[in-house]
Design a binder for this molecule. Structure first.
Ligand code: CP
Length: 301
């Protein structure tokens, strides 16, 4: 594995190896020196808090030198191409690039142009993929519910159509053998491609949540309102918001997840987001461990 661009088609064994290694890092009290002397660079063309910070921390915990490429103050502003930017950073000795971009396929295109020995990690491209989010979500689910994904009932609620998180979660859930995945959203926020193959699709949140072991809700991207795909935040919350009342239909020990950032009071209430069933901050913590596992796999040795 030279790059990590997607979880689509990743064999189950590889997913499990990465999760096992991430669990090792989650349990590790100290740091590792697996990447001592290796330079990695975060290259984000879209805003981020969790992904960018946790990749930086993960690389530091592995002993790497970490560069943070600030697009807004770089020579990209003077017209330098993305490829020339990467070539120059490679010439300085950077071996790993962690890239977020608003265009589908943008990270893969950079990976195609990378030198042998250079690794790219997709930190989220367009609506296509966010593979480390998919892995950290699976690690969080596995810690809470065990390794047998085939027996789990999982509800994914929200803007699946525009969500790279949902796509990577679905890829990972398939790889791990999840058989009962319910996807719930208004019609305008459901994809019309093969993303939902094998899922039970419904517009009825109560039906989706009924008996679920895990409810994975997604950020409502507010620009979807501007696009006219959602009538009002109040209406969305009424029909698709995760509330304590709604959650009472899930299994008694059901857990709730959200990739962040949260629109409090829209896709989830404070009471649920901050309540005992919420794994939201556990997801964030696991992000560091998962990203350590990914960077080690791509760059060590
Ligand atoms: N979950 C996620 O990708 O968050 P950020 O956009 O803050 O990185």
């Amino acid at each position: 594995m030279q790059h990590l661009l997607t979880l689509d088609g990743m064999p189950r064994a590889t997913v499990v190896e990465l999760l096992d290694r991430a669990q090792h890092f989650a349990d590790l009290a100290g740091d590792s020196d697996a990447l001592r002397g290796t330079a990695v660079c975060t290259l984000f063309f879209e805003p981020s808090t969790r992904t960018r910070m946790s990749f930086q921390l993960a690389a530091q915990r592995l002993g790497a030198h970490v560069l943070n490429f600030d697009v807004s103050t770089s020579s990209a502003r003077k017209g330098e191409t993305a490829l020339d930017t990467m070539r120059n950073l490679e010439a300085m000795g950077v071996r790993g690039f962690i890239v977020r971009h608003h265009d589908d396929g943008a990270v893969a295109r950079r990976a195609d142009a990378a030198r042998p020995g250079t690794a790219l990690v997709n930190a989220g491209d367009g609506r296509s993929a966010h593979p480390t989010q998919g892995l950290l979500d699976m690690l969080t689910l596995r810690q809470a519910k065990g390794e047998d994904f085939a027996r789990l009932k999982i509800a994914i609620v929200g803007d699946v159509k525009h969500s790279r998180v949902a796509r990577s979660d679905l890829h990972a859930l398939r790889a791990l053998g999840a058989a009962d995945v319910r996807v719930c959203a208004p019609s305008a926020l459901l994809p019309d491609d093969a993303t939902l193959a094998g899922c039970h699709v419904t517009h009825d949140l109560d039906e989706a949540i009924d008996g679920a072991d895990a409810v994975m809700t997604l950020r409502l991207q507010r620009e979807r309102m501007e696009d006219g795909l959602v009538d009002s935040l109040e209406g969305y919350h009424r029909d698709y918001g995760i509330t304590a009342t709604r959650l009472a239909r899930a299994a008694p020990d059901a857990v709730v997840m959200h990739p962040g950032p949260i629109n409090r009071g829209v896709e989830i209430t404070d009471e649920v987001a901050d309540g005992p069933r919420s794994l939201i901050l556990r997801q964030v913590a696991n992000g560091v461990a998962v990203r350590m596992a990914v960077l080690e796999r791509l760059l060590a040795g």
